[in-house]
Design a protein around this ligand. Structure first.
Ligand code: URA
Length: 190
């Protein structure tokens, strides 16, 4: 019987644990926050790393930034179950510090495998850390809201909802960029 995408994702999650990725981070975190949503989604959102709420609940974007993300999804007629969402780094960095370059590098092959399984039409990167994993030379202030094709994958860099939440100008820019997602998706052939 063919192995479905969810089963492949489950195997990948078990592999991260078996490979003992970032043991320092793992030892300080409550659990691995792998990713959730529809494994057949056209859109995958990639954030930075779990925060406190995500670490407790084992799911990405469940705190204030996640609530904001849900509101923006609703404006384009989507809910969490329609998309897939994950982070680059899958353990909470202590005290919510930025993930270190070596931590991002350690998780990148697993993130790439996750995307290879899901094969979304578009990868929406949230914040500069996520964008720079895939598109290293770009500046988010210059390219946010602009789809970028790189090695057969379309990426849409957006500001991070946590950064935009309490910054009026950035917040409106993120909301405006978000509303472009449906028309960008429409132009990508299946
Ligand atoms: N910020 C992120 O980048 N990811 C989360 O899961 C939560 C907040």
């Amino acid at each position: 019987m063919a192995v479905n995408k969810q089963q492949q994702l489950d195997v990948l999650k078990a592999k991260i644990l078996a490979d003992n990725v970032c043991p320092e981070l793992a030892s300080q975190a409550t659990q691995l926050v792998f990713g959730v949503g529809n494994p057949d989604a056209d859109i995958v959102f990639v954030g930075e790393a779990p925060g406190k709420n995500e670490d407790t609940q084992g799911e990405p974007f469940v705190g204030a930034a996640g609530k904001f993300l849900n509101e923006m999804l609703a404006t384009i007629g989507l809910e969490r179950g329609d998309i897939y969402i994950t982070n680059i780094v899958k353990y909470r960095p202590p005290n919510n510090r930025d993930p270190l370059p070596e931590e991002k590098a350690a998780f990148l092959p697993y993130l790439q495998s996750q995307l290879d399984i899901i094969r979304p039409k578009i990868v929406v990167t949230l914040g500069r850390h996520s964008m720079n994993c895939f598109l290293p030379d770009l500046q988010i202030s210059k390219v946010h809201g602009q789809p970028k094709r790189y090695k057969r994958q379309v990426y849409l860099p957006l500001f991070h909802p946590a950064a935009a939440l309490y910054n009026g100008g950035m917040r409106q820019t993120l909301i405006d960029d978000f509303t472009r997602i449906p028309s960008i998706l429409e132009k990508i052939p299946s």
